[in-house]
Design a binder for this molecule. Structure first.
Ligand code: FAD
Ligand code: NAP
Ligand code: FMN
Length: 830
């Protein structure tokens, strides 16, 4: 039997690891025995330093280990679940009985009491002498070089003669890609080998043992309220926690060289905070940064920020590491071989996992998405509106997939067929598109093959790599030498070196790689691509694989509650289509988002509707809603008239308070309303149960839930218009909704639009009362760029005024407090 201890901590931010207020310690067994988990409310006031519990892996809720499913504590929605590593006998908080296969629930009682007492004893200094600043860390197993310890990165560096170790903090893969790019550049420029590491897989006690002639890179994304990615939580905690001892017995480094590149997005309040924190902590410990800290802005210019930063960094790196450029070589990352004979059933044609290929049963998660039948798909906008918004229901019955209101569903799209054809033609692969290929990594430590193999050329372009993104400036330089003509080569080199021209032609023109290749070769990009009208380039396929990132799932806030819809997951998806900015080389054209148009295709197919022509008559081929190979690999996503889409669920902490007495304020204009449909359904289900038991009076002491919704016009894009009144009826006056219709009267006295934040201000007295007196919860979902900021500003005004002060001081402080207490939660995107 495998035992795990679970610590449920209070709502303090994960980043504030210094002192976690542990509310409960639960000991859980195998999933089937969860019921016997025990809780200890009395531990609640212990100020427990995270470092005390040596071996804890901090993760946000949802990223459980295999077999670790949701555990309903019934103790409030906004706790963070923090899980101990698998309990091992040698850890000081455990007893050998923990691993006993004969353990019973009485054992659990004894063990848990023992655990708590042991914790109390161990932390008596902290519990009873709060003034003592330093904690006494539980000894962690020290990693020793050459010990064969797989978590010892220094030993691995030495063994592999690597002078660089690159840690990446990444949630959706971008930071990992940049980490790999840095490793490749170090190899090409200086002939230096790197170890690219997921920090979750290593221990940091021996960071001080990194050899003097080596360098540590940190490539770190920031999330949420300035929090690290799941895989970087421990790393960040170890760096910032002054009681975290390195192998030298101190929290100090010798003059270790390091480099930091951060990935963030300026529309978020805590821009690149994690990179900044890592930099601060490394400096504090005595590390020496090489070059400037890089900061990439995902909202505007990640690639440009990276390119601008890296040249100066490499220059400083060469000096600091005493290496010269030109020592490396242009070594490929992968070897691509065409395979003449291969059992066809073993060739991946778009399957996302080995289980999908063999059609065997297993857990469905991000590594093995579930092909969910589409039960319902319909248009939410009124006819005649020039945009689409899809309501889609994924049937999860029998899949083992569970979800909670507020979670996200990840949808795995393929690329549009038009773009697949274009790149096949431009790469000269059209005639052998179905040829089976094997791809091997020539340096697995540096570059893993990012998708399953063996596969075929067309499959890679259709299902596995992101050929629809705007072509990067760097790749254009790398492939220019394979140009079919000197003019095409010159054109690509110009785009690679001339930032303004690149921005004007490629970025503003939203040109994908296939389009740039066509444009450079003088082909017409506005007609359907064929082998006749497209010049082939002799770009080796291994370069394509190593330069284009993996196609990622698209995430949608789930718009249903499992209490009303236990076997289906609903999503509310606005379809992305916009026009590019014209320039002297490319006319304006329609650009279609990959994932949302994939779902639009599925909606048409599921309803048996033809794909209509879009409004643009001037370029009919491009105005078409792009078509996708929605039948999936070997027709796996179609069963007669039923279509399926590969999905998985990602847990979130965006949840209602469990106590219905707490007032709730929800702000969600446009598709931002999606999770709130789930929230309201959750409350409806609860109300039905309460009424059944206690009658309508059972709802008497419930807090109000208020929804602020906004859209353009009540007769165009009012999402779920007819449902809200039904929910309101079932909630017997406990649910109210206010709508801001921005493009219809009434307007503001100065003629400007009325938005959700204006309605919030109109209701400022009730809002302040709900938050300050009713201990209410505030939720904001949707646009991160301007809406959520404007809403936060308005909340500051409201709270500042209610506190008799200003928005900037008292209001901001109150909002900060709300966030720290997880009573103000955001689910925003840009
Ligand atoms: C946590 C979370 C929850 C989300 N929930 C929802 C939801 O409930 N409903 C929903 O509809 N979406 C939601 N999204 C957004 C969703 O994940 C996708 O980003 C969205 O559907 C677009 O994906 P796509 O593949 O169609 O577009 P892509 O092909 O990925 O293209 C998107 C890219 O196009 C660019 N772009 C967009 N508009 C323009 C423009 N006008 N000009 C130039 N470039 C532009 C941007 O760089 C953007 O990154 C959520 C996102 C997150 C992170
Ligand atoms: N990155 C992507 O690919 C992607 C994809 C989908 C959505 N999004 C983002 O998600 C957001 C929601 O998209 P959507 O299409 O569902 O919404 P939407 O229809 O664009 O907007 C919903 C309502 O919000 C209003 N609004 C605009 N700016 C606002 C502001 N600063 N404060 C408050 N309200 C504001 C709109 O008014 P007006 O339009 O009349 O000003 C409209 O009434 C969009 O803003 C978009 O940026 C991004
Ligand atoms: C839900 C969400 C929250 C984010 N929060 C922040 C933030 O607080 N600060 C910031 O600078 N960037 C934020 N970002 C931007 C990410 O850091 C950025 O997109 C980065 O490239 C993601 O890297 P990854 O793909 O390696 O996970 C956020 C992005 C998302 C999708």
């Amino acid at each position: 039997m495998h035992w795990r201890a679970l610590v449920v901590a209070s709502s303090t931010h994960l980043k504030d690891f210094g002192v976690l207020r542990v509310k409960k310690i639960m000991l859980s067994t195998t999933p089937s025995e969860r019921g016997s988990a025990l809780s200890f409310e009395r531990v609640s006031s212990i100020g427990l330093s995270a470092r005390h519990l040596s071996g804890i892996r901090f993760r946000s809720e949802g990223s459980y280990e295999e077999g670790m499913t949701e555990l309903d504590t019934g103790a409030g929605a906004h706790e963070r679940y923090i899980k101990l590593k698998p309990v091992e006998p040698q850890l000081s908080l455990t007893s050998s009985r923990l691993t006993s296969p004969m353990a019973s629930s009485s054992d659990i009682v004894i063990l848990t009491v023992g655990l708590v007492l042991a914790a109390v004893y161990l932390f008596r200094d902290q519990l009873f002498a709060a003034s003592k600043p330093k904690s006494v860390p539980v000894a962690a197993p020290k990693a020793s070089a050459g010990s064969g310890n797989p978590r010892d990165f220094v030993a691995k560096m030495k063994e592999g003669k690597k002078r660089i170790v690159i840690f990446y903090g990444s949630q959706t893969g971008t930071a990992e890609e940049y980490a790999i790019r840095l490793a490749k550049e170090a190899k090409t420029k200086f002939g230096l080998a790197s170890l690219v590491c997921d920090p979750e897989e290593y221990d940091f006690e021996n960071l001080d043992q990194v050899p003097e002639d080596c360098c540590v890179f940190f490539v770190m994304a920031t999330y949420g309220e300035g929090e690290p990615t799941d895989n970087a939580v421990t790393l960040c905690q170890n760096l910032s926690d002054e009681s975290f001892e390195l192998s030298n017995g101190e929290h100090k480094l010798p003059a270790i060289k390091y480099v930091v590149f951060g990935l963030g997005n300026k529309t978020y309040e805590h821009y690149n905070l994690i990179a900044k924190n890592v930099d601060r902590d490394m400096q504090k410990m005595g590390g020496i940064r090489i070059g400037e800290r890089g900061e990439g802005d995902d909202d505007k210019s990640m690639e440009e920020d990276y390119l601008e930063w890296k040249d100066g960094m490499w220059e400083a790196f060469a000096k600091a590491m005493n290496v010269e450029e030109g020592q490396g070589g242009d070594t490929p990352d992968f070897a691509v071989t065409e395979v003449d004979e291969h059992p066809p059933e073993k060739v991946y044609l778009g399957e996302l996992s080995a289980r999908a290929l063999t059609r065997s049963k297993g857990i469905h998660d991000a590594k093995n998405p579930y092909p969910a039948p589409i039960a319902v798909a319909r248009e939410l906008f009124e006819e005649g509106t020039d945009r689409n918004c899809i309501h889609i229901e994924f049937n999860t019955e029998g899949s083992g997939i569970t979800y909670q209101h507020g979670d996200h569903v990840g949808v795995w799209p393929s690329n549009a067929e038009f773009e697949v054809q274009r790149l096949l033609c431009a790469l000269g692969l059209y005639d052998k598109k179905d040829k089976v290929i094997n791809i091997e990594s020539l340096d697995p430590a540096l570059a893993k093959v990012p998708f399953p193999v063996p596969t075929t050329y067309i499959t890679v372009l259709r299902h596995y790599i992101d050929i629809s993104a705007v072509a990067g400036r760097q790749i254009l330089g790398a492939i220019s030498k394979f140009a079919p003509t000197p003019e095409a080569e010159g054109f690509l080199q110009m785009l690679n070196t001339n930032k303004e021209e690149y921005a004007n032609v490629v970025a503003n023109g939203c040109l994908k790689l296939g389009e740039v290749l066509q444009l450079a070769a003088g082909n017409d990009i506005s007609t359907a691509p064929t082998i006749e009208n497209t010049t082939p380039w002799a770009i080796p396929f291994d370069i394509v694989v190593s330069s284009i990132p993996r196609l990622q799932p698209r995430y949608y806030s789930i718009s249903s509650s499992p209490k009303l819809h236990p076997n289906s997951i609903h999503a509310t998806v606005v379809v992305l289509a916009y026009e590019s900015i014209p320039n002297d080389k490319v006319k304006t054209k329609w650009v279609h988002g990959v994932g949302s148009n994939f779902l639009l295709n599925l909606k048409f197919a599921a309803r048996g509707e033809p794909i209509p022509l879009a409004a643009d008559k001037a370029h009919p081929a491009l105005a078409l809603t792009p078509k996708y190979a929605i039948e999936g690999p070997r027709g796996a996503y179609r069963q007669e008239a039923i279509y399926k889409a590969p999905v998985h669920v990602r847990r979130s902490t965006f949840r209602l308070p469990t106590n219905p007495k707490s007032p709730v304020i929800m702000v969600g204009p446009g598709t931002g309303v999606a999770p709130f449909r789930g929230f309201v359904q959750e409350r409806v289900a609860m109300a039905r149960r309460t009424i059944e038991k206690n009658g309508v009076e059972g709802l008497a002491d419930w807090g109000n839930i208020r929804l602020y919704f906004g859209c353009r016009r009540s007769d165009q894009d009012f999402l779920y218009k007819d449902e809200w009144t039904e929910y309101a009826k079932e909630l017997h006056g406990k649910f109210t909704m206010r709508c801001a219709f921005s493009r219809q009267p009434p307007y503001q006295p100065d003629g400007s639009k009325i938005y959700v934040q204006d309605l919030l201000w109109e209701d400022h007295e009730q809002i302040a009362d709900a938050i300050l007196n009713g201990k209410g919860y505030v939720y904001v979902c949707g646009d991160a760029k301007s809406m959520s900021k404007a809403v936060e500003e308005t909340l500051c005004r409201i709270l500042g005024e209610a506190k008799g002060g200003s928005a900037e001081v008292e209001g901001a402080a109150e909002l900060k407090l709300l966030k720290e207490r997880s009573r103000m939660l955001l689910d925003v995107w840009s």
